[in-house]
Design a binder for this molecule. Structure first.
Ligand code: E4P
Length: 218
């Protein structure tokens, strides 16, 4: 399972990159706004910065909702850097834009996916990735993990090449469940990833090793 970092925060991206555990980054307009990045020039420069830190794919989302706007923006974003994957919402115009961009060799990540039908259309249009949102489904009393499991099954059944990115991950338990479900990628906040390290027996064991060493060595 690949790990993408779900943030536009450069410090967090650097930290995860230095740990050597991330395979890419996903952003969205809310995450960019959270970092205070505004204006097209700054937004594009920020995506380029992220690409220069990490080795893998970096999803950059279009703001347009009309077809012509989506493809023009998609082409602009893709021209920025070879690691850019154009993130497009799963609307009718979005699916059409994914088809167009795929035909021109531009990779896409179809976002805001909440059911298998939306994921199917994204895969048929040739999306490189599809992003089902776990946490937001859980938030409204549905079962986000169930959607991931269904998509893994369906995509395997039909041999779709589109990779599934489990998105809207809120905690370490989501990550562990994604691993068991066999999802291709989990895009996560940094604290959910570092949370995987936590175990009280690790802390207690390390403390014991160090205190035994101190007893003899001072
Ligand atoms: C990533 O592709 C998504 O935009 C992101 O995971 C959404 O997460 P949220 O539901 O926590 O905002």
């Amino acid at each position: 399972m690949k790990f993408f970092l779900d943030t536009a925060n450069i410090d967090q991206i650097n930290k995860a990159h230095e740990m050597g555990i991330i395979d890419g980054v996903t952003t969205n307009p809310s995450l960019m706004a959270k970092e205070g990045i505004k204006g097209e020039k700054n937004i594009l420069a920020h995506y380029k910065n992220i690409c220069e830190i990490v080795d893998g794919d970096v999803s950059a989302e279009v703001i347009s909702t009309d077809y012509n706007g989506m493809i023009a923006e998609g082409e602009r974003l893709a021209a920025l850097h070879k690691q850019i994957v154009v993130k497009i919402p799963v609307t009718e115009n979005g699916i059409k834009a994914i088809s167009y961009l795929t035909g021109r060799g531009i990779r896409t990540n179809c976002t805001l996916v909440f059911n298998p039908g939306q994921a199917l259309l994204a895969a048929k249009a040739g999306a490189s990735y599809v992003s089902p949102f776990i946490g937001r489904l859980d938030d409204i009393g549905e079962n986000g993990m169930e959607l991931i499991e269904r998509l893994v099954y369906i995509f395997e059944l039909y041999g779709f090449e589109t990779e599934i990115i489990a998105a809207s991950i809120r905690n370490t338990s989501h990550i562990l469940q994604c691993m068991e479900a066999g999802v291709d990628v989990a895009t996560c906040p940094l604290d959910a990833i570092t949370g995987l390290l936590n175990h009280p027996l690790t802390d207690a064991g390390l403390e014991k090793f160090l205190s035994d060493h101190r007893k003899l060595n001072g």
